[in-house]
Design a protein around this ligand. Structure first.
Ligand code: IMP
Ligand code: MG
Length: 179
């Protein structure tokens, strides 16, 4: 691994593929234990979480389902402020054990606005798995139940995370080199 360039920015290696894999395997073991017999429904939030969701899901040895959604945010036409809606959530969440799969929790805004909508559907339980979390950036209180790594408040790239649409394919995670 060495420094890479995407558009006009440079990124240096931060987490190796093997370090990521080790944490995902650990989370898989925990989830297998906690959700045995509960047939959890994973809800993976696109785009960034596709690679984490796929690797984590492969670690499961229990019965589980997965679906993928996109969150669209827009300003309400009246004074409703910022609204987040999900696209592609067809399943009923009532009485289901739901586990949200996120690539990274940064400010926590996305999840803090979206979780109440899911709670309205009365799931049996609602938890969050995130590969990465920037504690210093958190502005909205979010409790992450299954976390891969706490990371510094720096822009990260790779393993699903993009910069201007590029870099999602990288097997490792890189961080921005600041001038
Ligand atoms: P939040 O609502 O601020 O928690 O935003 C989280 C979303 O912002 C993540 O799901 C990512 O899509 C994106 N994001 C946050 N930090 C980074 C980063 O360092 N690199 C790439 N995308 C990021
Ligand atoms: Mg995301």
């Amino acid at each position: 691994m060495s420094v890479i360039n995407v558009n006009d920015k440079s990124f240096q290696p931060y987490l190796t593929a093997s370090e990521i894999d080790t944490q995902i395997k650990r989370l898989g073991i925990e989830i297998n234990g906690d959700y045995a017999g509960k047939r959890p429904l994973f809800i993976a939030i696109l785009n960034g979480s596709f690679m984490f969701a796929s690797d984590l899901f492969k670690e499961l040895t229990i019965d589980a389902e997965i679906c993928f959604i996109k969150l669209a945010s827009y300003k309400g036409t009246r004074s409703t402020g910022h609204v987040i809606t999900s696209i592609g959530l067809d399943e009923s969440l009532k009485d289901r054990h739901v586990l949200i799969i996120e690539d990274i929790v940064d400010t926590g805004k996305t999840l803090s606005e979206f979780l109440p909508q899911l709670k309205d559907q009365h799931p049996a339980s609602l938890k969050i798995a995130a590969l990465l979390h920037k504690p210093e950036a958190l502005l909205y209180p979010i409790n992450i139940d299954y976390l891969g790594f706490n990371v510094p408040n720096k822009f990260l790239l790779g393993f699903g995370l993009d910069f201007d649409g590029l870099g999602r394919n990288l097997k490792e995670i890189y961080r921005l080199v600041e001038p």
